[in-house]
Structure formats: structure tokens, C-alpha cells
Design a protein around this ligand. Structure first.
Ligand code: NAD
Ligand code: WQD
Length: 366
């Protein structure tokens, strides 16, 4: 689709702003790779930078297979390397940036906080300096529900006071503060910061999904690796929370909905000056045991689990009030937990060892 046609067909198109070339940082990762497919499907030129610290370059063959066309260019670089990043901006005429690249493990951030601040905050300021040098001032930023910390059962809207509780969450909080401050002082910047709750699921083709390096921290990829036989059982982190079944309650959102919101955000970057913040979630709380049960339905067998102690730092319930984005853009997520589990399972079943080694098929142990 060409730029002019897209300007007429996009949601809520009210202005002539129609970004054509989007730089995706962290484009090989879970969210980033799905965003690449979605952007290519909608006629954008996509440029990716990623250092593969938590991803693999093999993902791009999948992206291209699904989208039926190539990512414009992929650069292996660390976004803190300003010289390398600047060369990318010099080579391509970038209209807007989707900034996914960061370290995202809460646990790891407790072990190596300096590394997390350096990558997440230093990476963001490096990106901002480089964007500025090249006259690019439109950014969609990956923020996180972790900013709300233990704000309570919610639903949590964007005015909920932020209470980051770990270095990862603080790093996102600092980035938001920096972005808001830059926007306050420099009118040429517009930023949309999207605070995702719990992205899960996979592309419905089964070609693209979540393939983290090492033991997954997050529930859904861990559950999927148990279901496919890579791990023996899921440990449920605590069943003594004040929730209906005692396990933690979260607001899961399909990764395709999450990346669709980023693409819609591109069109809304110029609706208003400055920085705006939106939650992305379904606004529905689901417990760990709910997710195990829906996933077990999806894969056709009970996924083994055992109840363990609480994970330090976890909260009982975190659910979004995600109505602001619908009011602002008329956009809402359309996929539910059944879709997320079905798609995550399809990816895991077809790619038991992810992108790295997809022909090693383990035998399910149950
Ligand atoms: P991911 O780890 O799969 O993707 C991040 C990508 O960034 C990876 O490909 C990684 O290799 C790359 N990267 C990391 N540091 C880099 C650097 N210095 N230079 C270049 N590339 C680098 O994570 P994800 O789940 O896709 O998350 C994407 C973004 O969304 C992150 O910013 C994360 O904090 C945020 N987020 C994720 C979740 C979630 O649960 N997945 C929830 C809320 C927010
Ligand atoms: C979900 C539920 C766990 C794994 C994290 C980050 C947050 C955001 C989203 C980035 C909880 C339970 C998990 C397992 C389990 N990420 N669980 N066994 O903790 O809600 O949020 O990801 O921004 O910042 O903190 O997500 O998927 O880790 O956990 O019982 O092996 O599953 O206790 O109740 P969480 P999660």
C-alpha cells in the first residue's frame, strides 16, 4: 500500500501525517518481530536495529515469509553505539521510531541493575540524541505496567500514581520522565508511551512467537515450554494471594493486538503535541490457574504444575483500565485469552526449540 492510500485508509486519519519508514529498535524480539509483520502488512517500510541479546536473526526469515516482503534493512547493533546508530539514520529517511529494545527481566534487573539502567535508559538517550541529530522527533515508546508497582487491585488507569519497585520498572519510569521532559521543552517532539500489561500469544501462522533465550521469566512462554516437553512442570508462584483461587491475577493482551496498537499510534502521533501515555490491556484479570486451564484446553492435555512459594516482588493483582486508548483512537483489542493460548501453543508445537533449532523435536513427557 502506498503512502497516500494508507493516509486515507488508516484509522481515524485526520491529518496529512502518514509515516512511511519506521525504525524498529529491538525488532527481532517478541513484540518487535510481530510489529515488523504488522507494519509490512500495512505498507510501511521497516528498518530494524537489534543486538540479539535476547533474540535471534533467524526470526527475519519468518517475518518475511508471513508478510510476503522483506524488512528494508536489518542492522546488528547496540543502540548505545551512537556512531553505528547514526549511520543507520544517515542511510534511511526515517519518519518515526518504535522503540522496543530493552532488557525486560525484572529478576535479572535485581542482579544487574547497572546493566539494566545502561541499556534501558542509556539506550533510550542514545536513541534520542541520534534521532535529534537526524531531525526525527516522533517516537512510540514501549512502557510497562510495572510502573504501577503494587498500586492495588485496580483497574489501574493512566492517572494511577506510579510506584516502580525494581530496577527494570524504574528504568522505564526514568525513560518516561525523560521523554515527558523533552516534550515539555521541545515542541518538535511527539511521543506516545504505551504501558503494556501482560503481552502473550503469537502470530496465528505459528511461524512467529515468543522465543526468549534461557529460562523464560514470563508465565505463557514457560507454560508453553512445559506443554511441549522442554520443561517438566510449571511452578505456580504462590497460591495464597487474596484472589479467588489464591494465584496471581494479571491482564493478558494478545501480542498482535499490542503491536496493532503501536501501528495505530503512528497515525495518532501528531494528534496533539507532547507526550501521551496509554495503557494496553483487556481490562480483564485472569489468574495463573485460569491461564493453565485455558492453555491445557488449547494443547489438548493437562499441563503439569506444582504450587510453589510466592516470587519475591510479585503483586496479587494487576489489571488495566485500558479504556483511554479506545476513547482517544476508537481502537480496542479484539483477541482473548483463548486466542492467546491457542496461538502460543501453535508456535511452540511447530517450533519446540524456537527459531534456533526447530527440527529438534522433544518427546512430551505427559
Ligand atoms: P524482547 O527481549 O523479546 O525484545 C527486546 C529486543 O531488544 C530483543 O530482540 C533484544 O535483543 C533487543 N535489545 C535489547 N537490548 C538492546 C540493545 N542495547 N541494542 C539493540 N537491541 C537490544 O522483549 P519484548 O517482550 O519484545 O519487549 C519489548 C519491549 O516491551 C521492551 O522494551 C519491554 O521492556 C517492553 N515490555 C514488554 C512486556 C512483556 O511482558 N513482554 C511488557 C511490558 C513492556
Ligand atoms: C504472570 C503471573 C506470576 C511465571 C512481568 C513484569 C512486568 C511486565 C510483564 C515488562 C504472575 C505467575 C509466572 C511462572 C508463575 N513486563 N508465574 N510461574 O510478573 O505480571 O509481569 O511481565 O514490562 O513488568 O513484571 O508477568 O508473566 O512473569 O507472571 O506462577 O513460571 O504468573 O507469579 O502471577 P508479571 P509474568
Amino acid at each position: 500500500m502506498d503512502k497516500d492510500r494508507r493516509a486515507h485508509t488508516r484509522q481515524g486519519a485526520a491529518s496529512p501525517w502518514a509515516p512511511s519508514t519506521v525504525l524498529v529498535t529491538g525488532g527481532a524480539g517478541f513484540l518487535g518481530s510481530h510489529a515488523c509483520v504488522d507494519l509490512l502488512d500495512h505498507g510501511y517500510e521497516v528498518i530494524v536495529v537489534d543486538d540479539y541479546i535476547n533474540s535471534r536473526p533467524q526470526v527475519f526469515a519468518r517475518v518475511e515469509r508471513i508478510a510476503g516482503r522483506f524488512v528494508g534493512a536489518v542492522y546488528e547493533l547496540d543502540i548505545r553505539d551512537r556512531r553505528a546508530l547514526s549511520a543507520v539514520f544517515a542511510r534511511h529517511s526515517v519518519d518515526a521510531v518504535m522503540h522496543f529494545a530493552s532488557l525486560k527481566s525484572v529478576n535479572a534487573s535485581l542482579e544487574t541493575p547497572v546493566e539494566h539502567y545502561d541499556t534501558n535508559v542509556g539506550g533510550t538517550t542514545s536513541l534520542l540524541r541520534t534521532m535529534h541529530e537526524h531531525g526525527v522527533h516522533r517516537l512510540v515508546f514501549s512502557s510497562s505496567c510495572s510502573l504501577y508497582g503494587d498500586a492495588g487491585p485496580g483497574p489501574l488507569d493512566e492517572s494511577t500514581p506510579t510506584r516502580p519497585r525494581n530496577p527494570y520498572a524504574f528504568s522505564k519510569w526514568v525513560c518516561e520522565r525523560i521523554l515527558a521532559d523533552i516534550c515539555r521543552h521541545r515542541p518538535e517532539y511527539t511521543v506516545l508511551s504505551l504501558r503494556y500489561f501482560n503481552p502473550a500469544g503469537a502470530h496465528p501462522s505459528g511461524l512467529l512467537g515468543e522465543d526468549p533465550r534461557g529460562v523464560p521469566d514470563n508465565l505463557m512462554p514457560h507454560l508453553a515450554q512445559v506443554a511441549v516437553g522442554r520443561r517438566e512442570r510449571l511452578e505456580v508462584f504462590g497460591a495464597d494471594y487474596p484472589t479467588p483461587d489464591g494465584t496471581g491475577v494479571r491482564d493478558y493482551i494478545h501480542v498482535m493486538d499490542a503491536v496493532e496498537a503501536h501501528r495505530v499510534a503512528l497515525d495518532h502521533l501528531v494528534d496533539a503535541p507532547g507526550m501521551r501515555v496509554f495503557n494496553l490491556g483487556l481490562g480483564q484479570g485472569r489468574s495463573v490457574l485460569d491461564v493453565v486451564s485455558v492453555f491445557s484446553e488449547a494443547c489438548g492435555r493437562q499441563v503439569p504444575y506444582e504450587i510453589g512459594p510466592r516470587r519475591p516482588g510479585d503483586v496479587a493483582v494487576r489489571v488495566a483500565d485500558a479504556s483511554a486508548v479506545t476513547r482517544a483512537w476508537g481502537w480496542r483489542p479484539t483477541r482473548d485469552l483463548v486466542d492467546m493460548c491457542r496461538d502460543a501453543w501453535r508456535f511452540q508445537e511447530l517450533n519446540p526449540y524456537g527459531y534456533a533449532d526447530s527440527d529438534r523435536r522433544p518427546k512430551p513427557k505427559h
